[in-house]
Design a protein. Structure first.
Length: 194
């Protein structure tokens, strides 16, 4: 369980590092990194679901153990002789040790859940930054197209068409990022109660 989260964390960090390429040549790398980041977010969400289920099970087990602990304390108080008292104390101590183990496991699961939520939030922030960067890039390209169209230079017609194609591609990518961000936000809301 801990290895899975560590592997997912490493892969997500690799995906984050490739999200902001500085050259046009890196566009394919950028798209692949975006897809990888989305894939990692999905993996994180699946992992969070498993951890949340384990958390619920440990909550139930903890409640059951509290009841048993209460019964054992009652048994200790009702002990009539020294032998029964020692036996009840032994059972109580043994059970307390088990309760501490469960509490430690529960603490670790909660910690994993918080870390996973933090990772998914961080990924969401990176994707939002990517979307903002893309919006700015598209605005600049549209402004450039507008300037080129006003000049009415026939030599720039190819450049205008090329820029329009890039803008269309950018709008599609922006739509994908926005859609995925909405999905990620909805998924994370179910874990906000943790």
């Amino acid at each position: 369980m801990f290895k899975t989260l560590a592997i997912t964390t490493t892969a997500a960090m690799i995906a984050f590092s490739a999200l902001n390429p500085t050259t046009a040549v890196a566009e394919n790398v950028q798209l692949a990194a975006l897809q990888q980041a989305e894939h990692e977010a999905i993996n994180i969400i699946h992992h969070l679901r498993k951890i949340a289920e384990e958390d619920k099970q440990l909550d139930r087990k903890g409640e059951e153990m509290k009841k048993v602990f209460s019964e054992l304390r009652g048994k200790l108080k009702k002990a009539k002789n020294e032998n029964e008292k020692k036996q009840a104390e032994h059972e109580l101590n043994k059970f307390q040790h088990e309760m501490k183990k469960i509490a430690f496991m529960h603490h670790k699961v909660k910690e994993q859940l918080r870390n996973g939520i933090r990772m998914a939030d961080e990924l969401g922030r990176h994707l939002k930054n990517r979307a903002r960067h893309l919006e700015e890039k598209l605005k600049g390209m549209l402004h450039e197209i507008e300037k080129m169209e006003k000049s009415k230079d026939k030599k720039m017609f190819k450049d205008i068409e090329k820029l329009k194609a890039e803008v269309e591609k950018g709008h599609q990518e922006l739509g994908k990022v926005s859609s995925f961000l909405n999905h990620l936000t909805r998924e994370l809301k179910q874990f906000s109660r943790v």
